[in-house]
Design a protein around this ligand. Structure first.
Ligand code: FAD
Length: 287
């Protein structure tokens, strides 16, 4: 089912993001975690495209396997960075051949070890161009990324919102947000996006914390802030990952309660290929 249709159903659409493992063992672990995650009845799941396009074949292979073996609706991520237009088109074709109709069209993170973002000489420069390409090829329902705290490379909040609108006008059916830990940032973002006349679902991205050091690393990478209420939680679990997982479940549960009350169309979980926190959060929420 296309995501455009999933978000028109009544009720909350849960989606779960995985990264494409690098090894066969990682693949098998992920497929067993997915069997557990299926119990929370996600509307769809998605598989990331490694930084700089580094997991092209792995991503294509894994979306195909999840679709075929697990019977779950899948969305393939595709980024424009680090590859030519011809290579990006080949991935769109490979998704299609595997029956994948949902696409998350992205600019992409630079390859590991590189900090500045440079377009491929023969590649697309921005996600909006990939949206246009996928629309022209036909058959895809497309989501794009949104940044409640403003994308780190954006010149201004206004320009970032303007380019988001361009992606939707190009044909995107939904916006999935970067992780955030202060719901007010999401609420303000939704208000700003709606003010521009953009009407597609804006799905909040939620990260269940697995360790204090990891969340500090992630937030530094994507320049998301750690609000004081989360900082206080992390300070108590700095050296204790098991306690951090439980604190993360508690924090994400409270975050999701607020988001559901606000009326979000869905929740997109950055699962890091783990089922434990996700199941606990869904149980807490009665989902
Ligand atoms: P774009 O929409 O191209 O925007 C990038 C920047 O350029 C923004 O600052 C924007 O304001 C600006 N901009 C856009 N259009 C123009 C224009 N015409 N002129 C000038 N400036 C412009 N990364 C990965 O590598 N792999 C993944 O699988 C992945 N999955 C993600 C999933 C989600 C839900 C999210 C939120 C992010 C994900 N990312 C992933 C990270 C994302 O690719 C990066 O943050 C990337 O830097 C921005 O992507 P974008 O799609 O917003 O890019």
């Amino acid at each position: 089912m296309k995501i455009a249709d999933l978000y028109t159903r009544s009720g909350l659409t849960l989606s779960v993001e995985f990264f494409a493992p690098k090894t066969d063992k990682g693949d098998e672990n992920l497929l067993s975690e997915i069997e557990i995650i299926k119990q929370v009845n996600p509307g769809y799941c998605s598989v990331t495209y490694g930084a700089g396009g580094s997991t092209r074949d792995k991503t294509v292979d894994m979306v195909g396997r999840i679709h075929r073996q697990c019977g779950l609706e899948v969305m393939g991520h595709l980024t424009v960075v680090g590859q030519s237009k011809a290579e990006a088109r080949a991935v769109l074709d490979a998704f299609k051949q595997r029956g994948i109709v949902n696409l998350l069209a992205l600019g992409g993170d630079p390859p590991q070890g590189m900090t500045d973002w440079r377009p491929h000489p023969d590649g697309f420069h921005y996600a909006a161009e990939l949206v246009r390409e996928a629309v022209a090829r036909g058959g895809f329902s497309i989501a794009v990324a949104g940044f409640p705290e403003v994308h780190p490379r954006a010149v201004s909040r206004a320009s970032d919102l303007g380019y988001l609108k361009e992606k939707v006008e190009a044909g995107a059916d939904a916006i999935i947000t970067q992780l955030f830990f202060d719901n007010d940032d999401y609420y303000r973002y939704v208000e700003d996006v709606r003010r521009l006349g953009v009407k597609v679902p804006i799905v909040p991205g939620v990260l269940p914390i697995l360790s204090a050091s990891q969340v500090r690393r992630f937030t530094a990478l994507c320049q998301a802030k750690i609000p004081p209420q989360l900082d206080a939680v992390l300070a108590k679990v700095e050296q204790d990952d098991a306690a951090a997982v439980e604190a993360g479940i508690d924090y994400a549960t409270r975050q999701c309660e607020g988001l559901i009350k606000f009326g979000v169309p869905g929740l997109h979980f950055y699962s890091l290929n783990k089922s434990y926190s996700l199941r606990a959060i869904c149980k807490n929420l009665g989902l």
